[in-house]
Design a protein around this ligand. Structure first.
Ligand code: TYM
Length: 349
């Protein structure tokens, strides 16, 4: 049975990239699937150990989920550290995954920078905890932005190695499910998780530089739209967004080599649930002096209600913590069952 899982780190403000690459997709998926959405607080201490206010940040991600339309009663919204199975399964995956796999991760290379010896061991093992997040629930589908693609490939590698290394035990314990790996039918315990990356804005780029992704860590605030920006700030940032002097063309092919124009078109399409082709047909031949104000209006219409609702929710910390606590208890029931089987498969007494 399909199960959707995804996570967002409680570090810094959420921006339009997080919203379009992840949260907006969560909202759409919850109509058809059972979903689990997690605030991954344990991941947030891998790059920086001490945070000023991790509790507020954690609540604010949960508030963003709910303000965007996620239903925490039908689905599960919780924080990672409240379910101990994440850390337990991550340890086991640390023993499944190879150091070479971790060393190849581009996010590790970017975040560790030149002084790799001095990065935390947790930063290196980050993808192993991420695989544990997903596989603790045996989730089948994971909506994420394009930057998480490599981590999801690694999640499949971990699941596959576990399934193969323990194949006899999985069979003996009677906990396997039949699945196809390529052409071969195998009995595995962990599913081969599918990433859900497509859509018009899988990689939202910086508003100042179409070759860099929109990110929390960009020193220029003009490079991103934050979920808590007010209408005037959103208007200013879009007005100042880098573009080229040519008008919008008629076809997507003609947009090749114009990363800033592509980015704004993708944002427009994602915010309006239309295809890029469809939006381009409407604005073909128009200048950015026409397209940008339309984008401002659209962005403000979509984001202002979310920002307002987030603020309202953040005024009541006990309410949000209650939602997280309830979600954690429900997540723990599933996690507990998986860990019981995993212990049996491995042979822990
Ligand atoms: P994080 O917290 O950096 O980002 C949360 C989500 O936002 C997406 N995203 C973007 N999408 C499009 N354009 C951008 N510029 C952009 N920037 C960020 C991310 O792809 C992500 O989907 N490792 C994950 C969190 C995580 C997770 C998981 C995700 C931990 N465990 C299990 C899925 C399943 C991360 O750091 O996301």
């Amino acid at each position: 049975k399909p199960l959707v899982f995804s996570g967002v780190q409680p570090t810094g403000n959420l921006h339009l990239g997080n919203y379009l690459g992840a949260i907006r997709k969560f909202v759409a998926l919850q109509e058809q699937h059972d979903c689990i959405f997690c605030v991954v607080d344990m991941h947030s201490i891998t790059a920086q150990l001490v945070h000023d206010d991790l509790k507020t940040q954690t609540r604010s991600i949960a508030a963003a989920f709910i303000a965007s339309g996620i239903d925490p009663i039908k689905h599960i919204v919780f924080n990672q550290s409240a379910v101990s199975g994440h850390a337990e399964l991550a340890w086991i995956f640390n023993c499944v995954a190879r150091i070479g796999w971790m060393n190849r991760m581009t996010q590790f290379k970017d975040k560790a920078g030149k002084d790799r010896e001095n990065a935390s061991l947790g930063l290196l093992a980050y993808p192993s905890l991420m695989a544990a997040d997903i596989l603790l629930y045996r989730a089948t589908h994971v909506p994420v932005g394009d930057d998480q693609k490599q981590h999801l490939e690694l999640t499949r590698d971990i699941a596959q190695k576990f399934n193969i290394d323990f194949s006899d035990r999985i069979r003996d314990a009677g906990v396997g499910v039949d699945m196809m790996v390529g052409e071969e039918k195998v009995s595995g315990f962990f599913p081969m998780t599918e990433p859900l990356i497509e859509g018009p804005a899988p990689r939202v780029m910086s508003l100042r530089d179409g070759s860099k992704k929109m990110s929390k860590s960009d020193p220029s605030d003009l490079s991103r739209i934050n979920l808590d920006d007010d209408a005037d700030t959103i208007a200013k940032k879009i007005r100042k967004a880098k573009t080229d002097p040519a008008p919008l063309p008629e076809t997507l092919e003609e947009l090749e080599g114009r990363p800033e124009a592509q980015n704004l078109l993708g944002i427009y399409a994602a915010l309006s649930d239309r295809t890029r082709k469809d939006v381009l047909e409407e604005y073909a031949g128009q200048q950015f002096s026409v397209f940008k104000p339309a984008l401002v209006e659209l962005a403000v219409n979509v984001l202002a209600p979310i920002t307002g609702e987030m603020k309202r929710l953040m005024d009541d910390p006990a309410h949000i913590e209650g939602i997280l606590k309830d979600g954690s208890a429900r997540a723990n029931v599933i996690a507990h069952k998986t860990m019981k089987d995993v212990r049996e498969i491995i042979g822990f007494v």
